[in-house]
Design a protein around this ligand. Structure first.
Ligand code: ADP
Length: 561
């Protein structure tokens, strides 16, 4: 019926009605803007019972400005839940212009599932101050968590509800992140705790192992018949075994370990200190003989000292371990043996010289008689006498070198010329082997030419002797760091690495009894050779493996011209 009536309205009437409504709208918008900006303190809301004016009691412009600038959303709702006032922050929160917020029911921003709960909160808010969390939907569909706080406000026209909304998005995000970080932290913490426990257990085990091995070491070291010691990388002695104190006749609690030099014979102190300092500086093993105090009869005993550096994986020395062995008895035995050898050799020399003289006389006489058979016999005799003479000379040499009496006649000579000369002589002694020379640039050496020749002869004769199945021997020379190095290489039986350090001991032979018959010798050649080279400030060494032949080297300083 009403519809019919309205339809009957003329165009003019409609136009008038539109103009009236537009005017009303304009007025309403102006009022809202005026209230919002604090120009007026009242709001006119058109209800079913005509327009109503709402005035904010003790409204104050300053407060409104303050509310406008707040980071929180601020709203005033009437009893029907319509938004009477909203600050621009709230409009931002819901992503709508203020005009689409004011005058609209607040509940429209609350998602469906929270509407019921929130309506209850609002109802409670009318009774008393109320707080809680709420989710609202923005115009773009996104939801944001908010904290709301409700309090009533008395307006002239009746009660209104004030609502302050704080955006919790950042806080929630922060909380979530904090929670995650916390969880990670807890995990890390429990991992660290577990690691710590494991580590503690490991340290305990290791400490126990260490204590046991230390005790084992101490027990062993204190009960071996030789003196044992340990030192720090800088040479500071930090352990001396029981035997040391027994030998030196000093009290462990009163003896200052680094005074060890006091128990060395005064004549050997300088040499011993120098060699120990050299070992510390170079990291090379210590290998030395000296006289050590023997307290029981207040004498000195010859000792053989050995010190070995103990290195870590990076090759740094972390400690020194050493022993000092009493070799007094062996020294005395050797001295006796030397005396005996020296005496016998001298005794043998006289008849041998006469034998050689007569043999040569016979050879000369026989040459005239032209008897080839006798000639052959005499030749063999002469060779054997020569061998015997060399042997006796060797025996005398060792007794002399022990007593430091080995004589050297130094001269300047061309090294390669000497090598060629000896190689030529030695080639005559073998039919099976070809002696090949690979000589680099020559150099002059200052030394005893005959003695150095004796060393080369020795090395070549060993190479021939210990390679019966091979057909060549290579002799090479080269120059390195102002030294000339000679190498005699054979392709014979070779020597196990374990034996290398022993070869230079006198009367030492690697061979077992059956081999010893195959390769005659006395085990003196290398001992004498090394002695001669060392007296010339040179060095001798070898490279060899069983079945792979041997390479014997020596190096001598080149003389500066
Ligand atoms: P000898 O040859 O008279 O026994 P040496 O002092 O010359 O004495 O040598 C000592 C030991 O070293 C020999 O008995 C031998 O076992 C070993 N030896 C020396 N030279 C060689 C070599 N070229 N090949 C294999 N073994 C060797």
């Amino acid at each position: 019926m009403k519809q019919q009536m309205e339809l009957k309205k003329t165009y003019k009437e409609l136009e008038e009605e539109l103009a009236k409504i537009s005017l009303q709208l304009e007025e309403a918008t102006d009022s809202i803007e005026a209230i919002r900006s604090g120009q007026i303190d009242a709001l006119i809301v058109k209800g079913e019972n005509g327009s109503q004016i709402y005035t904010v009691k003790s409204a104050d412009q300053t407060y409104r400005m303050f509310i406008e600038k707040m980071n929180e959303g601020a709203l005033t709702l009437n009893i029907d839940g319509l938004i009477l006032y909203a600050n621009s922050r709230f409009a931002e929160m819901v992503a709508l212009p203020l005009s689409k917020v004011i005058g609209h029911p607040f509940i429209q921003f609350v998602p469906q599932e929270y509407k019921k709960v929130f309506t209850e909160s609002i109802n409670n808010g009318w009774q008393a101050h109320n707080k809680g969390e709420i989710i609202i939907t923005r115009s773009d569909g996104h939801c944001i968590p908010l904290l709301f706080s409700l309090s009533t406000l008395e307006l002239d026209e009746g009660m209104a509800l004030n609502m302050i909304l704080t955006d919790l998005s950042l806080q929630k995000e922060g909380e979530q992140r904090l929670k995650e970080t916390n969880e990670q932290l807890l995990k890390a913490n429990s991992y660290v705790e577990r690691m710590n426990d494991e580590l503690e257990l490991m340290v305990k085990e290791r400490t126990k192992d260490l204590l046991i091995s230390r005790e084992n070491f101490k027990f062993l070291a204190d009960n071996i018949p030789v003196i044992a010691w340990t030192a720090l990388p800088d040479g500071t002695i930090n352990y001396l075994n029981q035997r040391f104190y027994e030998f030196a006749g000093v009290n462990a609690s009163e003896f200052f370990m680094n005074d060890w030099i006091q128990v060395i014979h005064p004549e050997d102190r300088e040499k011993t200190t120098a060699q120990w300092l050299h070992a510390i500086k170079s990291g090379e093993p210590l290998d030395i003989e000296y006289r050590f105090k023997y307290a029981p009869d207040d004498s000195y005993h010859w000792h053989y000292g050995k010190g070995l550096p103990y290195k870590n994986e990076e090759g740094h020395i972390i400690a020194w371990f050493g022993t000092s062995t009493d070799i007094e008895l062996q020294k005395k035995e050797l001295e006796k043996k030397d005396e005996f050898i020296s005496m016998v050799s001298h005794e043998l020399k006289t008849p041998l010289t006469s034998l050689k003289g007569f043999t040569q006389l016979l050879m000369f006489t026989n040459k005239q008689a032209k008897n080839n058979l006798v000639d052959g016999y005499l030749e063999t005799m002469n060779n054997q006498i020569n061998k015997l003479t060399r042997l006796i000379a060797d025996l005398l040499d060792i007794t002399k070198s022990e007593g430091g009496e080995l004589q050297f006649d130094n001269e300047l000579f061309d090294f390669n010329v000497l090598v060629k000369e000896i190689a030529g002589e030695m080639q005559l002694t073998t039919i099976k082997h070809t002696i090949e020379l690979e000589l680099a640039k020559s150099a002059k050496v200052n030394g005893d030419r005959d003695r150095i020749g004796q060393v080369i002869t020795n090395l070549i004769s060993n190479a021939i002797k210990y390679s019966p199945a091979a057909d060549k021997i290579i002799i090479s020379t080269r120059i390195e760091n102002n030294k000339i190095i000679l190498c005699v290489q054979d392709f014979g039986i070779g020597i196990s690495r374990l034996q290398h350090p022993n070869l230079y001991s006198r009367f030492y032979r690697v061979l077992d009894t059956s081999e010893a018959h195959t390769f005659p010798g006395m085990g003196l050649g290398l001992y004498i050779s090394k002695n001669i080279i060392e007296k010339h400030m040179g060095k001798m060494w070898l490279e060899s493996e069983p079945g792979k032949g041997a390479k014997f080297y020596f190096a001598l300083m080149i003389a500066d011209n």
